[in-house]
Ligand binder design. Sequence first.
Ligand code: N2P
Length: 381
Amino acid sequence: MTKKSLYLAFGLLVIFSLTLSACGGAAAPEAEAPVEEAPAEEAPSEEMPAGEVQPASEIVFYNWSEYIDSEIYALFEAETGIKVVEDNFSSNEELLAKLQGGASGYAVIVPSDYTVSIMIAEGMLAELNHDNVPNLANLSDQFKNVPYDSGNVYCAAYQWGTTGLGYIDGEVDEPTSWAVLFEPDPNGAAFGRTTMLDDVRESFAAALAYLGYDINTTDEAQLAEDKALLIQAKAGLAGYDSDTYEDLLAAGENLMALGWNGDFLVAQEENENIAYSLPEEGGVVWVDNMCIPAGLSPEEQLSAEMFINFILSPEIGAMLSDYNWYASPNAAAEELLDPEFLADTTVYPPAEVLAKLQYIRPLGEAESLYQRMWDEVKSAQ
Ligand code: N2P
């Protein structure tokens, strides 16, 4: 199955459905009343909820790179008149530091699970007004009750995935163990042509999984061992990279990378020999979430909620997975996705594989210990 076939299958559907909703007034699956029956000044719909607050005309979406089809912005603007400007980050720590540093102007951000916990604890997120986000109902039950934000008080799941090894099939054997990263073979094809994520928790987790330790350990002796392993891995690395690693594989420059499953699947369009493997020692599963930073104006808050609601519509949810090849948390969107995509075990790992994966958790004071050790890994010769 190619990405194009998915796009063709659902592109028309999206356009059709949005045209309907533009005429009918509501993006929800069924418009309640013809537009003529509603007094113009009270034009009711989720695009413009009743009340004095009018949506801000422009919002900034702070997202991971290459994670959304920009066509979605055009559709949102056509439906609501709200323009979306995108800015990117490449790790949770970068996102957190940016907001803690006082950056304002971001209306919707996309932290992963553990970072949502940190942000809630620090009072950094605004509660969602569920009246403005009726499409929260489209989320699968498990995503309505995530442990870091049960009941979607603050956030709505965006996409979910796993962290593993992408590689060029035919040039290197399928990496079934993290040993390929941490015990680099100077005679192996991937030596010097491998990248790791520039991401403290992800990189520590891969090494901790290899050592058989809890990926959320705060035991200093275990972390010291982990750090030594990360330094050992450097001999075989071309560098740390969270943004272009899949492109470097596709271009034939590198042969292996630690990264996120969907990124490798998208890159298969450029290079069909790209494959993905989850090492048998286990690793990380994650959920990324749409959240609103605390302190926005009511107008911006409303536009942010409208955008989140739009992403949660079945058609746009399907369009998102079609573009980024990550698993959807949206049950209504999954109904529109190709059964072949839903059956792809690289996207939706089988239960026995999921059982070996863990979520990264917030570690409180130990976060700074990790950060210090990561800085030491990166600066080690
Ligand atoms: C998309 C990055 C996936 C986000 N390019 C990993 N949490």
